[in-house]
Each structure stands twice: as C-alpha cells, then as structure tokens.
Design a protein around this ligand. Structure first.
Ligand code: HAM
Length: 454
C-alpha cells in the first residue's frame, strides 16, 4: 500500500523548499532592519489559548481547529464516550495561526516589562486549519508573521504595514498587482454600539439573508460583511459603516496611521467593511490582496491591532499588533504575476575526473574548496567525462575543473567556464592555495592561477 500526503497538505520538495527558505531569508533580512527577532512557539497549544484568544464564535475556532489528544487521553475519552473528563491542560489543538501562541509566550515569559521598549517578534512555520482544500486554501499552510507588543502609537501600526508591503516588494510582486486595504474596527468603547447597529440591520433584513448570517447576528454580526452570498452582500452594502461610528480616540488614531502611510508614500484603499475573521482585533486592521489571483483566495496577508489580547490570555494589559502572510498564496501571486523566479540550485565548482587514476587529487581539491566555503561537487559514481559535464550543467556549475592524468603530469588542470565555454589551463598547486583562501562572492578566473612558464 502506497500512501499520499494527507488531504490539504503538500510536501515541500527541494524546489518548493528552496522558495520557502528564500522567503524566510527575505523576511529575516528585512524584519531585522525594523528591529524584529525570530522566535518559535509550539505547533500545538492548550485549546483555550485559541478559543479565548481568537474567539469562540470565529470560523477558525468553531469549525477549523484540529484537536490533538495523546493516545492515552484519546482511549479514555473513547471509553467514557466523552472527553468532558479531560483537564484543560490535556485539551490541545494544532495552531490555526501564530498570534495567540506568541502572545501567550510573551505573557508567560514576561517579555514586555512595564515601561520597557516593545517586544518585536517574528516567526515562520506551518499553521493548520481544517478547511475544504482548494487552490490557495490548505489544511497545513505556512505563515510568516510579526508581532509587536507594548506600543499603542500609530507609528507602530504604520511601521507594521510598511514592513509587510516591503516584504511583498522584495519578493517581487509588482505594486500594480496588489492592493492594500485598511480600516479601523474601533475599540471596546465604540465597537459594542456599532455591533448592535449591524445586528439590528441584519435582523431587520433577516428574510433576505442566508441562514448562517441570521444565526451569527447575535454572536458575530460583523462577519456578515464577509458573506459571499449575493443577497447578503446586497443587504450589507447598506449596513452602517464603522468609520462613521468611531469614538474620538479611535478616529484620531486611525487618521494618524493613515497620515504616516501617506508620508511613506504607501498606497492604500480604505475599506470600512474590512472586519477580518479573528475576534481579537481593535482599531487598525489591514489586508493585502493580490489582483492577479482568484478572489476567493486572494488575501496574501493581513493583520491588525489587538490591544486586549494579552489580558484575554491571562496577562496584564499590553497593547499589540501584527500581521501574518500566507507563503503559499504569495507564491500563487508571484506565479500569476509572472514574477516567480526559478530558485535553481547551483554549485560554484564541479571537479571532473578524466579517469579513476586522478580521483584522489580531485577529491582533495573538492575538500579544499569546500573547507573555504565554496559549493563544490564531484562525481561519486565513476561516470564518463561527458556525463560529468552533463551533471555539472544540471547543477548550474559556474566553473568545471577537469583533472586529467596528462595535465597533472605538468602540475596543471583545465578550467572551463560553463557560461562562455572558454577553457584555460591553471596550476593545480597555486589554484588550490587560492581556493583555500577564497573569500569572494563569485568564482572567477582570478580564483585559478595561470601555470608558470617553462
Ligand atoms: P489570517 O488573515 O487568518 O490572519 O491569515 C493570514 C494569512 O494566512 C492570510 O492572509 C492568507 O494569506 C494565509 N492563510 C490563511 N488561511 C489559509 C489557508 N487555509 N491556506 C493557505 N493560506 C492561508 C492571521 O492568521 C493573524 N494571526 C494575522 C495577525 C498577526 N494579526 C495580528 N497579528
């Protein structure tokens, strides 16, 4: 019996994995310029971290979490016919997103001491949501996310948004192929009254709306803005807009965020219906959509402020904000924009042997160059010279050193440039010395010493 990877998951084979590594490298370089440090949290957490943090009434928690049980607890629950007897700490779920776990860790390890500078953290890894799998919607997908805890200032919001936009730019998504949407969702002072207005709006049009929106009118009325049903969209088009009902503090915070984005020349669209699918948001929310991919999965990243989340997971009041970008969707967006560069592997050098008598010389040359940090390959299968050149081409080798018995007698090797196909002889001993001291970026002709005359 041969097995396939589970539904909604993909194997990151070397080609795809190179892209994933590249995305993480881009993030690492870029985010460090903004003062962010890498961190990791466990892939599973106590379920309550998510139910309390993200919100019981959200789809992510309500429908999409993968429950984790130890074998023993699973057997006990089966025998009892219920897992009601399980202690809180034994109720575990795979993380559907990274924010709740990071904030749990920040609280647990007291990473934001009172009055200290904000904690700026980023992460990259798999997330799990039991969704109906389709293109760009996976059950295991990869996010790169950033969280900043300890600042209420609108500069922090603008900085976070700019960092996200710059990431897409550095990955190569053309600015014309993506749109940044921003909104403010208010806070605990102005949002309750607004929510009640939206609920009343839904209930007064209940007969025109789908069952799900009617059912959610009390628990999560704002989600109706995201309903794909045409009749619901029609009703919600005339619903009250949050931006008309913000309290003064939230309004001036939102205005300041936008003014900083303007100063930075960041193009955005205001979308007063942007509500996001997680309950922890307060004030600023944002989302970046690719204009080049299917509308159902076109959100390539998003985030916002969550000033009450730390308290929700048991900490003291600590304002925070962040974003997460969906790596697979970024890849789809790059592909759709024709901007997905081949992440081809390459070696700096391939050392080819004309016959078996020169193997140990070639082997030593390879070791010397590798010890200096070069990417070097040689044949380990006793292949013909022609096959070795083929292999070097496949590996995108920049140069091939051919070690042959005749040249070796004169202390020489042949160096072929794989781009220009030019060949020259070089002194093996001096070239070896140059290779052992190699400190440049590109292996060029100066890496190989010309043979001495005479
Ligand atoms: P989110 O909008 O749920 O936010 O997810 C962020 C991104 O993850 C989405 O924009 C999308 O690109 C990607 N994504 C989500 N679900 C899937 C899926 N099933 N398959 C493929 N990609 C997916 C969050 O997760 C928040 N934690 C963001 C945040 C950080 N807010 C504040 N801090």
């Amino acid at each position: 019996m041969a097995y396939n990877s589970p539904e909604g998951t993909v194997d990151l084979l070397p080609g795809a994995a190179r892209h994933w590594r590249h995305a993480q490298d881009v993030a690492a370089r870029l985010f460090s310029a903004y003062g962010y440090d890498f961190m990791e949290t466990p892939i599973f957490e106590q379920t309550e971290v998510f139910t309390r943090g993200i919100g019981e009434a959200t789809d992510v928690v309500n429908k999409e979490m993968f429950v984790v049980r130890s074998g023993e607890n699973y057997r006990r629950s089966l025998e009892a016919g219920t897992d009601a007897g399980l202690k809180g700490k034994s109720r575990l779920s795979l993380r559907p997103e990274g924010t709740a776990g990071v904030v749990r860790a920040v609280v647990q390890h007291n990473l934001v001491e009172q009055g200290a500078t904000p904690a700026k953290l980023y992460y990259a890894g798999p997330m799990f949501r039991a969704e109906r799998p389709q293109k760009g919607r996976l059950r295991e997908f990869h996010q790169i996310g950033a969280e900043c805890l300890g600042s209420t200032e609108p500069t922090a919001d603008a900085e976070m948004i700019i960092m996200l936009v710059r990431f897409y730019e550095k990955m190569g998504i053309p600015a014309s192929d993506m749109t940044l949407y921003v909104n403010s969702m208010g806070d605990e002072r102005c949002r309750p009254a607004y929510r009640a207005m939206v609920r009343d709006h839904i209930l007064s049009h209940a007969d025109e709306m789908c069952e799900e929106c009617r059912r959610r009118a009390d628990a999560n009325p704002l989600r109706a803005f995201d309903c794909k049903n045409a009749a619901c969209a029609h009703v919600m088009a005339s619903a009250p807009r949050i931006t008309d009902h913000l309290c003064d503090d939230c309004r001036s915070h939102y205005e300041a965020v936008k003014s900083y984005l303007d100063v930075a020349g960041i193009v955005y669209e205001e979308d007063p219906t942007l509500v996001r699918g997680l309950d922890y948001y307060t004030r600023t929310v944002f989302e970046v959509q690719s204009n080049a991919i299917d509308a159902a999965q076109n959100a390539i990243g998003g985030g916002g402020r969550y000033d009450r989340l730390a308290e929700t997971v048991g900490g003291r009041p600590t304002p925070g904000l962040g974003f997460a970008l969906g790596y697979e969707r970024v890849m789809l967006a790059l592909e759709a924009s024709g901007a997905l560069a081949e992440a081809s592997p390459y070696v700096d050098l391939y050392v080819a042997c004309v016959d078996a008598t020169v193997r140990s010389v070639a082997f030593d040359l390879v070791r010397t160059a590798r010890d200096a940090g070069l990417r070097v390959e040689m044949d380990h299968q006793g292949k013909s010279l022609k096959s070795q050149f083929k292999a070097a081409g496949k590996m995108n080798a920049r140069k091939v050193i051919v070690v042959g018995p005749d040249e070796l007698e004169h202390g020489q090797v042949v160096v072929r440039d794989m781009v220009t196909h030019e060949e020259r002889t070089a002194s093996i001993e001096q070239s070896k010395q140059l290779l052992s001291r190699f400190s440049g970026d590109v292996v060029d002709d100066s890496t190989f010493a010309a043979p001495t005359q005479g």
